[in-house]
Ligand binder design. Structure first.
Ligand SMILES: NC(=O)c1ccc[n+]([C@@H]2O[C@H](COP(=O)([O-])OP(=O)(O)OC[C@H]3O[C@@H](n4cnc5c(N)ncnc54)[C@H](O)[C@@H]3O)[C@@H](O)[C@H]2O)c1
Length: 332
């Protein structure tokens, strides 16, 4: 499958590297508006056409799919043009800047029988695959909460706030793991430097008493990627930055018993073993791009399709609405 890649800034080189490494895909062109980015691309891939004009790739008859790795505000226009020109689309998270754009792209792709995949990279990591397996097999039991901290210094985005930049990771992971749509959100945050919130806290209320909290921050002195997931039977800690024991599953919990004649509820604290499951080491983005090529070839819709991207955009829009009202509850 022949690709054109639009955007060769921070993340674009990872997409190009993985597409060129796969057996079934080839990058025919890279487009970037910045001369410095084009120079880097040309030096790294002398055999690939490099252009400032994304339209050149979008209109090329030799190209089957377009990977859009440019800032969020460009996703809709570029994806729309690609779909109108009969190209399948791999687009970075977050899918679009608002729900209306996402809905339009989904409808256009369906009408043209083209595939759209939104890059929710974390869904292809060994850790998320294992957590999903533990949930599916009932090892964790009924889910109580998802609590995540995703903080670091920068990289400041110019077009979106820290929620739109970092929270899509957790929102897509939650969407995949919890499998329920949130009912309401509360978001608070503050702008310190470039007019966009650089510190934010997001709480999501799901049905069945599942609650999620996400702390995202571009002004943290240290990088932290930690998620706690609490279930009725087991709880787990996922520390994405450590090489060993990224995932620790704890046989800890609280059992509730009430006995006849005893008025109060009895709480028994359970503290058993901890174990760390083996995780696949495969690079998530490579697995994901391979899956995209498979989906296009076989004509099936990926699970991280436009609809999955749209669910995340809806949560982000609701979060912005809450943020603008200093943390009022916003129903979805
Ligand atoms: N999946 C992930 O883990 C992950 C990680 C980082 C970034 N991203 C996403 O990737 C996208 C890009 O982020 P980044 O950090 O690489 O940004 P960046 O600013 O470093 O790079 C974007 C590049 O796109 C180019 N560009 C902008 N408009 C263009 C146009 N119309 N035509 C051609 N080139 C254009 C810019 O010149 C720039 O070089 C964002 O949507 C971001 O959310 C995803």
């Amino acid at each position: 499958m022949n690709f054109g890649v639009i955007g060769y800034g921070y993340w674009g080189p990872n997409v190009v590297r993985n597409l060129t490494a796969l057996d079934d895909s080839k990058v025919l062109g890279i487009a970037d508006l910045s001369e410095a980015s084009r120079k880097r691309a040309a030096a790294q891939y002398p055999g690939i056409r490099v252009t400032p004009d994304a339209g050149e790739l979008i209109r090329s008859a030799e190209i089957d799919a377009i990977a859009i790795v440019s800032p969020v505000w460009t996703h809709y226009e570029l994806a729309k043009a690609a779909l109108e020109n009969g190209k399948h689309v791999f687009v970075e998270k977050p899918f679009t800047s608002n729900t209306a754009q996402g809905e339009e792209l989904i409808e256009l792709a369906a009408r043209k029988n083209l595939r759209v995949m939104v890059d929710h990279t974390f869904l292809f990591t060994g850790a998320v695959k294992k957590i999903r397996q533990l949930l599916d097999e009932g090892v964790l039991g009924k889910l109580y909460y998802y609590d995540s901290m995703r903080v670091n210094l920068g990289l400041f985005q110019h077009d979106v706030n820290v929620l739109w930049d970092l929270a899509p990771h957790d929102l897509s992971i939650m969407d995949h793991l919890i499998g329920l749509n949130p009912e309401a959100v509360v978001a608070t945050g503050q702008r310190h430097l470039n007019g966009h919130e650089d510190v934010a806290y997001l709480t999501l209320y799901f049905p069945e008493k599942v609650i999620a909290h996400i702390n995202v921050n571009w002004l943290s002195p240290v990088k932290i990627r930690m998620t706690l997931i609490g279930g009725e039977k087991k709880m787990l800690l996922w520390n994405d930055l450590v090489a060993d024991e990224k995932l620790r599953v704890y046989d800890k919990g609280v059992d509730v018993t009430t006995q006849e004649g005893i008025y109060d509820t009895l709480l028994h604290y359970r503290s058993g073993d901890m174990w760390s499951p083996q995780l696949s080491q495969a690079e998530a983005l490579r697995s994901e791009l391979g899956y995209f090529v498979d989906c296009v070839t076989s004509g099936k819709d990926p699970f991280n399709d436009g609809q999955a991207g749209l669910r995340v955009v809806k949560m982000l829009e609701a979060a912005d609405a809450s943020l603008n009202k200093k943390g009022s509850l916003v129903y979805l």
